[in-house]
Design a protein around this ligand. Structure first.
Ligand code: ATP
Ligand code: MG
Length: 658
């Protein structure tokens, strides 16, 4: 992004991939979306989105599909009115599906809850009545600081029902992270719990809230769910037990109706590229795109599929693909509280077998972790119900993709590699499982109704085989409506780079291959410049992961006196490989492997074998911290890491393995 003037900003196009996997005739014949959808959407985009909006129940029909006259602030389905929670819950009960399971909740210690749509309607109504009693109404903000409990879903939907905005703060964040988010949104109520189960142990959570609310003047009440039963300190001016306030409420609550553009939630981005931004989403357009994409990308059949998205609710994937998309579509889904290796490394597959999960959505980092644990683990379980597999969060390395298909998908399940962002609200680029001949590592094609371009630094579109910057050149229904309280930052961050063309700049690098398929290449900030070649960290990582001994790899550019930047790689070796490797020989072999896979220019200057990589809770590698290591600097802010001890482990082991 910060290239000196005149320097070519286009990425060099390195890796090539020729394997393709068309859907089976059988799958294609029953698929929800067909190839014609692309043509229909291209012929009349607004008519296409109007059709998608009719998936929802509108109390008042809109009179205009899109108003872009105040760009970059969009209005979708102008004049329409609806209640988002009614669409996700009540209408399914009214349609006779009250007995259908909405949530198969699985606790980490092995307890479980089965929540039907009728149950969900009662729980959401009680929660809405309780929040109303606490003074929450339309336009108020509620912070939700909860782990993966059903109450998190009830709370989000109760806010939607009342027209209040939720701001979900990931339960692994510190008191300080919570405090800054509560204050930024000026939340009136915080919903939390006593503690959460993590890796088999109860961990306190409320203590962080106690710490945070010492300095949050807007907070009037803290509503506390009892989960672990551990002792908590009690702040009698603020705190109330969920079971005392919610349980006594009426099970009936009449949803109000809100404008299509009524705010639905604020969610802070994961902060890999700077201070988290409070992304604002609204109602009608967001829910339309959530429901549409969840239906066509996962090929959902609501009365027979069991869907499972492993994301945390504190991440946008948990919002769109645990709460709003699946519930708007009347899906039955699994929600799991815990970690994938508690009490054993087969836990996910045990859950798939227990509930007959058919649609499974996870992150590349989780897949690489499963690879590291070994294919013999999933092989012990019946995974035959799985029929669509999804990934999100990072580019997926082709070898991880192949492993996923082979060892989880039985060699047949289509994989959907879904590119999107907190800001886009919902999936933008993804194969359609019954249409697209899938290609390992490529997100391939914008969905019907979505328009993207790959451009050079002047905003000129690059052709097949070219690389550059990903932009969204047309507004879409689920798009963010701004950054909470900071319109100026909204314009600057997303709309200033290509102001002339009016493009949204996503911040990611991308390329087209010779077939015109799209490859996402990670953040533009992570692109390296080696002797004048712009090389994506993702491609070098994928080359490393394609070696038998490597489970995970992270690559950074470290300043280098001769080449500008030198490639430094951090690798985790696969189960068992650690003992034999580590030595100079293994490292030499890996450097040669990269040279063979993509060319000598991409050969890492240095490869370090490490036990872990620094990741955010959504599974993204924090390359800026590894750059600190590679450049021998003091390590920067680790507060949004999933495990903040990882950087110490890396530093401790380094002297021996470089
Ligand atoms: P911040 O903007 O604060 O740094 P963040 O961008 O990590 O946070 P998210 O909105 O969760 O927060 O992440 C979106 C980013 O994740 C995308 O811009 C892209 O870099 C990456 N991403 C998501 N899905 C994919 C995918 N399928 N392929 C490649 N990259 C992906
Ligand atoms: Mg981002």
């Amino acid at each position: 992004m910060s290239q000196p003037d005149g320097q070519n900003n286009t990425l060099d196009n390195l890796l090539s991939e020729s394997r393709t996997f068309p859907p089976s005739a059988e799958f294609a014949a029953q698929a929800n979306a067909t190839a014609e959808w692309y043509d229909q959407a291209a012929a009349d985009r607004e008519a296409f989105w109007a059709d998608q909006a009719s998936r929802l129940h509108w109390d008042t029909q809109w009179d205009q599909v899109l108003d872009w006259s105040q760009a970059p602030f969009a209005k979708w389905f102008v004049g329409g009115r609806l209640n988002v929670a009614y669409n996700c819950v009540d209408r399914h009960v009214e349609a006779g599906h009250g007995d259908r399971v909405a949530i198969h909740w699985e606790g980490e210690p092995g307890d479980s809850r089965r929540i039907t749509y009728a149950d969900l309607q009662r729980e959401v109504s009680k929660t809405a009545n309780a929040l109303a009693e606490l003074g929450v109404g339309s336009g108020d903000r509620v912070a939700i600081y909860l782990p993966m409990l059903p109450e998190a879903v009830f709370s989000m939907l109760a806010c939607a029902r009342l027209g209040a905005l939720h701001s979900v703060v990931f339960g692994g964040f510190s008191a300080e992270a919570l405090r800054s988010r509560v204050n930024d949104a000026e939340a009136k109520v915080v919903i939390t719990c006593d503690g959460q189960y993590r890796r088999g142990k109860p961990m306190p959570l409320k203590a962080n809230v106690d710490e945070a609310v010492k300095d949050t003047p807007s907070v009037e009440h803290v509503l506390v769910v009892q989960r672990t039963g551990e002792d908590v300190s009690w702040n009698s001016g603020l705190d109330m037990w969920w079971h005392e306030v919610v349980d006594r409420q009426s099970e009936n609550h009449t949803p109000e109706t809100f404008d299509s553009e009524h705010p639905l939630f604020i969610l802070y981005t994961s902060g890999t590229t700077g201070k988290p931004k409070g992304i604002l989403h609204t109602s009608g357009g967001f829910l339309t795109q959530a429901a549409y994409t969840h239906d066509v990308v996962f090929d959902l059949k609501p009365d027979s599929d069991v869907y499972w998205c492993t994301a945390d609710i504190g991440w946008v994937t948990g919002h769109t693909y645990i709460v709003y998309g699946p519930l708007a579509n009347g899906a039955s889904q699994v929600i799991y509280e815990g970690t994938p290796n508690t009490p054993h490394e087969g836990r996910h597959w045990e859950i798939v077998a227990k509930y007959g999960v058919s649609l499974y959505y996870t992150a590349p980092t989780t897949i690489r972790t499963f690879m590291k644990w070994g294919a013999d683990i999933p092989a012990q379980y019946d995974l035959s119900t799985l029929r669509v597999l999804g990934t999100v969060g990072e580019p997926i390395n082709p070898e991880a993709w192949m492993w996923y298909r082979e060892h989880i998908g039985g060699g047949t399940a289509p994989i959907v590699d879904t590119w999107w962002q907190t800001e886009t609200g919902a999936i933008m680029i993804s194969p359609l499982p019954g249409v697209t001949a899938a290609k390992p590592g490529s997100a391939q094609t914008p969905l019907p109704g979505i328009s993207v371009k790959v451009v050079d630094e002047n905003g000129t579109e690059v052709g097949a085989g070219g690389g550059g910057l990903l932009v969204l050149d047309k507004p879409w229904p689920g798009m963010l409506r701004g950054i909470w309280g900071d319109d100026q930052r909204y314009r600057e961050t997303y709309w200033s780079r290509f102001a002339e063309q009016g493009y949204y700049f996503a911040g990611d690098g991308a390329k087209y291959d010779e077939d015109g398929d799209l490859w996402l290449l990670g953040r533009v900030d992570d692109v390296m410049n080696v002797s004048g070649h712009r090389i994506s960290t993702t491609e070098v990582e994928s080359a490393l992961v394609s070696h038998d001994t490597v489970a995970e790899a992270a690559v950074v550019g470290a300043s280098d006196p001769t080449t500008g930047e030198g490639i430094v790689a951090f690798v985790i070796l696969r189960g068992g490989a650690g003992e034999q490797a580590g030595g100079d020989q293994a490292v030499t072999a890996l450097r040669e492997h990269v040279a063979r896979e993509i060319g000598p220019i991409a050969k890492p200057r240095q490869i370090m074998v490490v036990p872990e990589l620094p990741k955010t809770r959504s599974g993204k590698i924090m390359r800026r911290l590894l750059r600190d290591v590679a450049e021998n600097r003091e390590i920067g802010d680790v507060s949004t890491l999933a495990d903040s001890s990882v950087m110490d482990q890396i530093s401790a082991g380094l002297n021996t393995s470089s």
